[in-house]
Design a protein around this ligand. Structure first.
Ligand code: FRU
Length: 740
């Protein structure tokens, strides 16, 4: 969301910025002097910018200081101007510098005064030769025969001064009778004054004074008047229509005539803009001029006043326009901010709506979940109630038969004639009947509690139902053995159960026909199984440390124990629980409560199938038949044993320890394993294999009996013969050539 917001705001700003984009022309103006003519020009230039909204003027005034003008132009160039308007103080001094600016590609307008080269984009100003000529014509017309004229020039080496002189001289040549004197001024009034003083000092009293501008004419007049000379005629140039300007001087008969030297700042700027915009323009532009006499001065002044008032109006209009534009800009930016605000508002509304929509959806989901939970709670409550009802009923039902068991047992316990094993059994029964009575009572108390307080925790109740620890483990009583049997001849049975009474009871069941070993959990049982290699294992499933399933799987994994049949004896009676037991390698699965008879027959059956295997082996059955009875693990073991045994037939000094070691077992483990699988001890099997090999050798080779004796690992031929006879019922020499 924040990303979209940023994009919108940036776009709005960019749009606002686009509105204001327009190229701005930076125009540099270098003025040579500071006087009323130049001021008039500057104010016209500035006013003309009102017509353009993209023109910026950078104006400098050099006060007739050549060095200063050079520095000012340099700084204008550094301000990155697009065009230079220059009015050089003198022709030659600035020429190389202005040329280099022009050469660098910046357009240059030479205005009023020229440089000494043609390297400029355009010239604009009056035709100074023409001006000099116009005034000369006037004087020629007016001056008496043999009269005299004093010419006061502008600053030497400035182009208007030179051109005006040329124009003036050209016409004055028509009147050779008129005496002329030329004095140099510098465009300022003081220089006119000095020039006049010099001429008078030199004894030259002119009829007419031609000063190249009105200011110098005024200075010359002042000098003559100071000497009491008031009959002279003064002619000047500029005829500025401003207060104190040449036009007023002519109107007021201070000067006799003046020639308009137009400023036209507006046209100068107009030409610059045309150049910058790439529009067509003239390279040489001359302003028209006119002679101002006493006859037309007033009219011209009036016209000028009208123009001035129009300009004043224009100024006002300009100020108003600026104000309006500022207002407009303010309103425009206000508008953009408003648009941005509205966009933001829309965004906020959209986000809020989205959030609200999500919240509603979430609430709906929550409501649905709550509803489901309520239903489930309701169902669970119903189920709990049903369960509780069921338990109550069952408990009640159990009480009667329990009472009928508990009281007779109690009576029997008080009978002093019952002793030894029978008494122990009776005690076990009494204790467990009592435990059952407690459980039933607890269930009933719990149900009452559920219906009443509803607060007791399930875990604590389960603890209440747990089997109570026996005060002292009952010891098994030795029972009478079957006739002719020693204890050691009996098969070993390993009983695994965490309940002592159960172990006692199982021992009681088995002890007549089996040797019995006990273990409390899977880990202990595993250790005993590996060490003792029992004939069969009877194990509970739910035990601490290691349960019966894990224990059974481990028994079946170990080579030393994999052949031992395992019966799982458990209260887990469901089909899938039975299946789980078989998946872990159990050979049989019996559920509690069980019948001692059934358990005994299961054990007997499993041992019988072992015995059948032994018989098969004893009867020299085919390998395939023996293997068919064995499990995968035992099959592999049996193959390995055969392989190892066959390999060592010739080794007379091979020990059983060596053979067991090669199979990764201890000697006793190997003995028990093979005894269980084949009914024979390893050494018996080895001897049998040796004799089998010897029989083959007798039948198929020419070797002597004595040679064969050593070939099959016997050390004495006589002992070999004895064993051979025992095994096959005939002696080795008789066995030669007889096919077995
Ligand atoms: C103004 C001025 C005028 C004159 C012109 C010549 O600075 O001196 O009086 O006509 O320059 O360039």
């Amino acid at each position: 969301m924040r990303k979209y917001l940023t994009i919108i705001i940036v776009s709005l700003f960019a749009l606002a910025a686009c509105q204001q984009e327009k190229p701005v022309y930076r125009i540099g103006v270098s003025q040579c002097s500071n006087d009323i003519w130049r001021n008039q020009l500057i104010s016209e230039m500035q006013q003309s910018t009102y017509f353009y909204d993209n023109v910026e003027l950078f104006i400098t005034v050099a006060n007739d200081d050549v060095e200063l003008q050079h520095r000012q132009i340099d700084s204008l160039v550094k301000q990155d101007i697009d065009l230079l308007i220059v009015s050089p103080i003198q022709t030659a001094t600035l020429t190389p510098f202005v040329d280099s600016i022009y050469d660098s590609g910046t357009p240059v307008i030479v205005f009023d005064r020229r440089t000494g080269s043609r390297k400029y984009t355009a010239y604009i100003g009056a035709d100074n030769r023409d001006l000099g000529g116009v005034l000369a014509h006037y004087i020629v017309e007016e001056v008496r025969e043999g009269g005299s004229v004093l010419e006061i020039t502008g600053l030497s080496k400035s182009s208007p001064a030179k051109e005006r002189s040329e124009g003036f001289a050209g016409v004055m040549a028509e009147r050779p009778d008129v005496k002329t004197m030329r004095k140099h001024g510098d465009w300022k009034e003081e220089s006119g004054y000095r020039a006049m003083q010099q001429a008078l000092t030199e004894g030259f009293l002119p009829d007419y004074v031609f000063a190249q501008n009105d200011r110098m004419a005024l200075g010359a007049r002042r000098a003559a008047m100071e000497q009491g000379i008031d009959s002279l005629h003064y002619c000047g140039i500029d005829a500025l229509p401003v207060p104190g300007g040449g036009m007023e001087l002519v109107r007021d008969s201070v000067l006799e005539v003046s020639c308009i030297y137009p400023t036209h700042g507006d046209e100068v700027v107009g030409l610059a803009v045309r150049i910058l915009e790439g529009q067509p323009f003239e390279r040489e532009n001359f302003f028209p001029s006119a002679l101002v006499t006493r006859n037309n001065a007033s009219v011209l002044l009036m016209q000028h006043e009208q123009i001035e008032s129009s300009f004043a109006h224009l100024d006002e209009l300009h100020d108003k326009t600026i104000e309006t534009l500022e207002n407009l800009n303010y309103q425009r930016s206000l508008l953009w901010w408003m648009i941005a605000g509205i966009a933001l508002l829309i965004l906020v509304i959209v986000i809020s709506w989205y959030a609200y929509y999500n919240k509603v959806r979430l609430n709906e989901k929550l409501r649905a979940m709550n509803e489901r939970q309520r239903n489930m709670t309701h169902q669970m409550k119903e189920m709990t109630e049903l369960q509780s009802e069921f338990y109550t009923n069952v408990s009640h039902q159990l009480r009667t038969p329990l009472t009928l068991v508990a009281s007779p047992v109690e009576q029997l316990c008080q009978d002093p004639t019952i002793t030894n094993g029978a008494r122990d059994l009776l005690n076990v029964t009494a204790r467990n009947v009592q435990h059952l009575v407690d459980i039933v009572n607890n269930i009933l108390t719990f149900q009452r509690g559920q219906n009443g307080k509803n607060g007791q925790k399930t875990e604590s109740l389960i603890d209440d139902f747990a089997y109570p620890p026996t005060a002292s483990p009952p010891t098994a009583c030795p029972q009478s053995l079957p006739e002719g049997k020693e204890v050691d001849d009996l098969p070993l049975i390993l009983i695994v159960d965490d309940n002592e009474d159960m172990r006692y009871y199982l021992r009681f069941i088995f002890q007549t026909h089996y040797r019995v070993e006990e273990a409390e959990n899977g880990v202990e049982a595993l250790q005993k199984a590996a060490e003792l290699v029992p004939s069969i294992i009877v194990s509970d499933v739910m035990m601490p440390v290691m349960d019966g399933l894990a224990f059974c799987a481990k028994v079946k994994e170990e080579v030393s124990t994999s052949h031992i049949p395992v019966i799982l004896l458990t209260a887990r009676a469901r089909e899938e629980q039975k299946a789980e037991g078989y998946e872990h390698g159990a050979d049989s699965y019996l559920t509690k409560p069980f019948s001692a008879k059934v358990l005994l027959s299961r054990v007997e059956n499993l041992l019988a199938s072992r015995r059948k295997l032994n018989e098969l082996v004893n009867a020299q059955s085919k390998e395939s038949e023996i293997k068919a009875i064995l499990g995968d693990k035992d099959k592999t073991f049996y193959d390995r044993w055969k392989e190892v045994m066959e390999k060592h037939i010739p080794d007379s000094d091979i020990s059983m320890d060596d053979l067991a070691g090669e199979l990764g077992l201890g000697r006793v483990q190997l003995y028990r394993k093979l005894k269980a699988l084949t009914g024979k001890a390893p050494n018996e099997l080895l001897r049998s294999a040796r004799l089998q090999r010897s029989r083959i050798l007798l039948e198929r080779t020419e070797l002597t009996v004595s040679q064969i004796t050593y070939e099959v690992g016997f050390t004495s031929p006589s002992y070999f013969t004895k064993c051979f006879k025992e095994e096959f019922g005939i002696g080795p020499t008789e066995g030669r050539g007889v096919e077995s």
